[in-house]
Unconditional design. Structure first.
Length: 98
C-alpha cells in the first residue's frame, strides 16, 4: 500500500479494495456456530470493510495529488494494520485454547 502511494498508482489500491470486498463476502458465507468465532469473524468483516474504504480514499487522494490526504490515510492504514495483527493474535489464541 505504501509503495503504491509512492508510485501514484491508485488503480492498484482500488483493486485491493475490491479484493477485500470479495474476502468479506466469502467470510460471511462460512458457517460458524461458536459465539466467540462469530464475534471474531464480524470484527474481521468490519475491519476489512474499513480498510477497503481507506484504500479507496487513499486512491482518490493520490489522484488529486492531495499530499495531506495521502499522509492522513497512510497513518490510518498503519493503524488498521495494527488492528489486523491484534485480531489475528486473538483468533490464534482462541483456537489454540480449544
Amino acid at each position: 500500500m505504501t509503495q503504491t502511494a509512492k508510485t501514484g498508482r491508485p488503480a492498484d489500491l482500488i483493486e485491493t479494495a475490491d479484493g477485500l470486498d470479495q474476502i468479506i463476502q466469502e467470510l460471511k458465507t462460512v458457517e460458524v456456530k461458536d459465539e466467540k468465532l462469530l464475534s471474531l469473524r464480524e470484527s474481521f468483516v468490519l475491519m476489512y470493510g474499513d480498510l477497503g474504504q481507506l484504500f479507496r480514499n487513499t486512491a482518490i487522494a493520490i489522484s488529486k495529488q492531495d499530499r495531506q490526504g495521502i499522509k492522513s490515510y497512510l497513518v490510518s492504514l498503519k493503524e488498521a494494520n495494527n488492528q489486523d495483527k491484534i485480531l489475528v493474535q486473538d483468533i490464534n489464541r482462541y483456537c489454540a485454547g480449544k
